[in-house]
Unconditional design. Sequence first.
Length: 116
Amino acid sequence: MSEEATATKAAEHRLVRRRNLKKGVEITARKGALGLGPNLATGGVELSDDGVQLCVKSELAKGDEVEVGLTGIGRSKPMNLMGTVRWCRPDQEEEGFLIGVQFRRRLTYAEIQLFV
C-alpha cells in the first residue's frame, strides 16, 4: 500500500459514525457561549453523537466556542448544544467555510434519530 493510501485510510478512521442530516433539519451556529450573536450557519452536513460538520459564512478559529441549534422536522424548539471548533477550512463548493464542532456532551441515540 502506498504512503498516500495509508495516510488517507488513517485520516478516515473515526471513533464514531457520521451521518448526513435529514433534509428539512434547521441548523444555527452562534459564536460564543451566550448564543447572542448572528447566525453564521448556512447549512449542516453531517452529525455524529459527539459533533457536527456544518457550513458557515465566516471563518472561525480552532478552539472558538459555538452554540449549535438543531431543529428537527415538525419541531418548533431547537436543541441547543455547546461545542468547540475543532477545524475550519474554505468550502470548495460554496462561498464560506466548513467547520467541525465537537459537542461538550454526547448525543443519545434517540436525539440523533431526530436529525438523521
